[in-house]
Design a protein around this ligand. Structure first.
Ligand code: UDP
Length: 239
């Protein structure tokens, strides 16, 4: 397998083609951005940690029957994945109130929701990834109602598995964002990453934030938090 031209560069990752048209290489960068890239930073080990954490989580989800794009980890920064067409919708799941929901609705951060809350955002950087609903998504041609049903079901299954996994790590899964894509056969599968960049993770005993909010809110210890998540993940998965 050879690495070809760069197909895409995002805020935290690059994507390269390979000699197989159905496979691409994802490279995780140390760059961090927040607030629609208005705030920028760079943290040693962040790329390595997000690659390692996403690898362990996607492998675990695969064993639980969740279809993902993950094929294998190649090195510290890179992984080989199935090429997909990313569905331009961010699936956000909230178990506790935090971040933009707390602000938008004037609710205190940290309240546990009695129901699982699903937000849908339209992936458009130039618009700041606006919050939309199912009808907007269908209007925009991003997905059909049937596909949305399937996407919510998959997202909910992933939430159930991850709540349990993080619980074993003594961590509360507050909220997270995933991206889904269609593979070469049109099947909807999990893509992108699951890492402290895309989840809010709070230590159960101390409520310490072990995620990207350390960067967003200038709390310090960004790298240390990502390393801590990786260490706890390795321990519960016995890796
Ligand atoms: N999130 C993400 N990418 C985004 C927006 C949100 O990974 O472009 C994640 C974020 O890390 C959090 C969850 O989705 O775990 C909910 O984020 P929220 O809508 O509260 O927005 P934020 O406060 O992160 O701007």
């Amino acid at each position: 397998m050879t690495k070809g031209a760069m197909l895409y560069e995002g805020k935290a990752k690059q994507v390269f083609e390979t000699d197989n048209p159905n496979e691409v290489i994802v490279r995780f960068k140390d760059d961090a951005t927040a607030f629609n890239a208005q705030k920028k930073g760079n943290f040693d080990l962040k790329g390595e940690m997000n690659n390692a954490i996403t690898t362990l989580i996607f492998e675990y989800l695969n064993t639980k029957g969740i279809p993902t794009h993950f094929i294998k980890k190649l090195d510290e920064r890179e992984q080989l994945v199935k090429r997909v067409h990313i569905i331009p919708l961010e699936m956000v799941v909230r178990n506790y109130v935090a971040g933009s929901m707390a602000q938008r609705l004037g609710v205190e951060e940290g309240i546990k929701s009695p129901v699982t809350i699903f937000d849908l955002c339209y992936k458009r950087d130039d618009l700041g990834d606006p919050l939309i609903n199912d009808h907007h998504a269908v209007f925009l041609g991003a997905a059909t109602y049937e596909e949305l049903d399937e996407m919510y079901e998959l997202t909910s299954d992933i939430n159930d598995i991850l709540i349990d996994l993080f619980d074993k790590m003594n961590i509360i899964l507050v909220d997270f964002k995933i991206e889904l894509g269609k593979d070469s056969e049109g099947k909807i599968i999990l893509a992108d990453e699951i890492s402290p960049d895309t989840c809010r993770l709070w230590d159960k005993d101390t409520m310490m934030k072990l995620d990207k909010d350390r960067f967003r809110r200038d709390l310090g210890g960004v790298t240390e938090a990502y390393v801590e998540i990786y260490e706890r993940l390795k321990k519960v998965l016995q890796k």
